[in-house]
Design a protein around this ligand. Structure first.
Ligand code: COA
Ligand code: AMP
Length: 635
């Protein structure tokens, strides 16, 4: 697409708005259906309607088999792992063989349509193989990010009752080898719903001991299936059947199981690959995220493969593996056309190599676009990336719940002018409004809650796993007829959206979504803690980092700094290293309103060193000075 050509965005968005059902009905032609849908949208089903009702399909067929037939030798996945010094190119034909074999392994362990399989794995191609194998046989996968601790994994096991868990002996984080098996064993011990079997991928960096009768060696099972000539066929599923459940932070310690269907998901991802990301079959796409996050589900595994694109699966970091030129090396070596990552990765590179000296070692002739999402893209980072790379830098906003972009800049339709700080405009499918607390539309340039008019488009979640009521309460009840995003922001005079922050207690740490409420639950469980408050504090690298304030119980005869250390260790043990919880501060009291509500917003402003005013409802104004004093020299 010629960057100077006028964008078709206005015309396409208007066509969707005029006839949403016709629009998505046309887009469904990108998918190979076993039985095409009878009804494109049925408003009478589910909480707000269901897409592609009556359609029968298989996601694995669309992601793998049809390309194995049409483009067998093209790379489907390129695994690039600087942490193990290995690379592997898996063609579509080879991927089909691996997935069909592993799907047969799952079937032989009794996994069938509708059964759940937890995938707790590092960034290895076997993680994608396991996901696709589940899709092939109609099983529902639930991938759990490797940086979560045993208790978080146990919560997910108890919520989705997996028949089988697929894991690996270890993950590799920079130079550290993280044994996964003790975490898995710990989680199974803690959980009520024990899996029938575990399949463990043994990695040479740390082999795990297997529990007899329960644990199976991945390589052994696959070799056995191959020797027996076992391969599973694609099982037909309804478009509305779940493909996966992905847990994301809610406002309590109990995560929300976001459900994704098969049909709508495929149609939305296919549309986005061509029109938002500007990718064509044969192109090379790199989402530098993790399969444990929604970005990894949608844009490492499903979307590129559905579109016949080559996907890079990278086991490494932007810096330190081995240097801040790592991203440029991968782009150059594999001919990457577009990179999708979180702004924090670019802040990390900029911090270590502000003049981008490492970039001088590479030429990137194939590179067309950088996409950023997962957290606010600060204008400094956007401008720096654009300057050093000389390609458009496209911010876009979405959530685990939606599975694909809500507001973005559709490069495939012709990019709109970038305004650093704004993810640009709503994608077809999303009627985005800014409203006040009563749900009334607000004028341009006025901050309010960001809501989306129902129905949500294909690809977005129809409900939470076995929690329809929680789904309605959390997302649909506050603004009837609208989906509440829990993000706040405004629209400018040109219709560009600006995301300014969350309206709930979710914080965003290095592009990872975390609940401060969940961390408060952990702090409160410590026997010496009387009460606590966790806030997200601005951080130059990670965007935000958590900071916990605790009031110790009377009579605690330990030094406050001892308890603080214990609390940091406790959050790491209960939630995991990904929480990046490094700062707990003991204070004598917390600032509260006269009705007893903790003034977390004001504490955050003080911690960030920004402007703040004394809340009129504060009980004792002196407490805020104490908080400011406690923060001195601690951040
Ligand atoms: N398994 C086990 N542990 C993990 C893990 C995993 N998959 N992922 C992260 N961790 C650990 C890290 O090792 C770190 O542990 P530590 O406290 O012992 O150092 C901790 O969790 C925090 O990780 P992270 O927030 O990623 O910090 P970092 O300092 O290791 O790296 C960045 C910082 C910016 C380099 C890193 O966050 C990054 O590459 N981000 C890129 C974008 C991204 O992945 N976004 C996600 C959604 S798009
Ligand atoms: P997750 O569900 O982990 O993808 O996190 C979703 C949340 O991350 C959103 O609700 C936003 O708060 C934040 N977020 C994601 N993308 C952006 C973006 N481009 N700009 C600002 N915030 C973002």
């Amino acid at each position: 697409m010629d960057a100077r050509a006028p964008s078709r965005y206005g015309e396409v968005y208007a066509a969707w708005k005029a006839d949403p059902v016709g629009f998505w009905g046309d887009q469904a032609a990108a998918i190979d259906w076993i039985t095409p849908p009878e009804t494109i949208f049925d408003p009478g089903q589910g909480a707000y309607g269901r897409w592609f009702v009556g359609g029968v399909c298989n996601t694995c067929f669309n992601a793998v088999d049809r390309h194995a037939a049409a483009r067998p030798d093209q790379a489907a996945i390129i695994y690039d792992s600087p942490v193990t010094g290995t690379q592997r190119r898996i063609s579509y034909a080879a991927l089909k063989e691996e997935v069909a074999t592993f799907a047969a392994v799952l079937q032989d362990l009794g996994v069938g349509k509708g059964d759940r399989v937890i995938v707790y794995m590092p960034m290895v191609p076997e993680a994608a193989v396991a996901m696709l194998a589940c899709a092939r046989i109609g099983a529902i996968h639930s991938v759990v990010f490797g940086g979560f601790a045993a208790k978080e994994l146990a919560t997910r096991i108890d919520d989705c009752h997996p028949k089988v868990i697929v894991s690996a002996s270890c993950g590799i984080e920079g130079s550290k080898v993280i044994a996964y098996k003790p975490l898995l064993d710990g989680a199974i011990d803690l959980s009520m719903a024990k899996p029938e079997a575990c399949i463990i991928l043994q990695r040479p960096q740390a082999e795990a001991s297997l529990v007899p009768g329960r644990d199976h060696d991945w390589a052994g099972l696959v070799a056995h299936a191959r020797a027996a000539g076992r391969q599973a066929d694609c099982v037909p599923v309804a478009a509305t059947d779940p493909l996966y459940v992905l847990y994301t932070s809610g406002t309590t310690g109990k995560p929300k199981g976001v459900v994704r269907d098969n049909g709508g998901h495929m149609v939305a991802l296919a549309w986005s690959m061509a029109n938002l990301y500007g990718m064509r079959p044969g192109d090379v796409f790199w989402a530098a995220s993790d399969v444990g996050w929604v970005v990894g589900h949608s844009y490492i595994v499903y979307a590129p493969l559905i579109a016949g694109v080559t996907s890079i699966l990278y086991e490494g970091k932007p810096v330190g593996t081995p240097d801040p030129g790592a991203y440029w090396r991968v782009i150059a070596e594999h001919g990457v056309n577009a990179l999708f990552t979180a702004p924090t990765a670019f802040r990390a590179i900029k911090k270590e190599d502000p003049k981008a000296d490492h970039l001088k070692r590479y030429t990137l002739p194939t590179f067309r676009t950088l996409f950023l999402a997962g957290e606010r893209a600060d204008p400094d980072t956007v401008v720096w990336a654009e300057t050093i790379l000389g390609v458009p830098v496209i911010d876009h906003w979405w959530q685990t719940e939606t599975g694909w972009c809500i507001v973005g800049n559709p490069v495939g339709l012709g990019a709109l002018t970038v305004k650093p700080g704004s993810p640009t405009v709503p994608m077809p499918g999303y009627d985005v409004r800014i409203v006040d607390e009563a749900g009334h539309d607000l004028p341009a340039n006025t901050m309010g809650s960001i809501v989306v008019k129902l129905p949500l488009p294909p690809g977005a979640f129809p409900t939470l796993w076995q929690q329809d009521e929680r789904f309605r309460e959390s997302y649909l009840a506050q603004f009837p007829g609208f989906y509440s995003t829990s993000d706040a922001g405004f629209v400018d005079d040109d219709g560009y959206l600006y995301i300014m922050g969350r309206t709930d207690d979710i914080i965003n740490v290095a592009g990872h979504r975390l609940s401060t409420g969940g961390m408060e639950e952990v702090l409160s469980s410590h026997p010496d803690v009387a009460e606590c408050a966790v806030i997200g504090m601005a951080d130059q690298l990670k965007g935000e980092v958590p900071c916990g304030f605790v009031v110790l119980k009377a009579g605690v005869n330990k030094r406050p700094d001892e308890v603080e250390k214990e609390l940091v260790a406790l959050v790491r043990e209960k939630i995991g290293p990904v929480a990046a919880f490094k700062l707990a501060i003991a204070v004598s009291r917390l600032p509260k309103t006269r009705s007893g509500k903790i003034l977390r917003g004001t504490m955050k402003k003080i911690a960030d060193g920004g402007e703040w005013s004394m809340p009129a409802t504060i009980d004792d104004p002196a407490v805020l000075a104490e908080i400011a004093e406690a923060l001195k020299d601690r951040r």
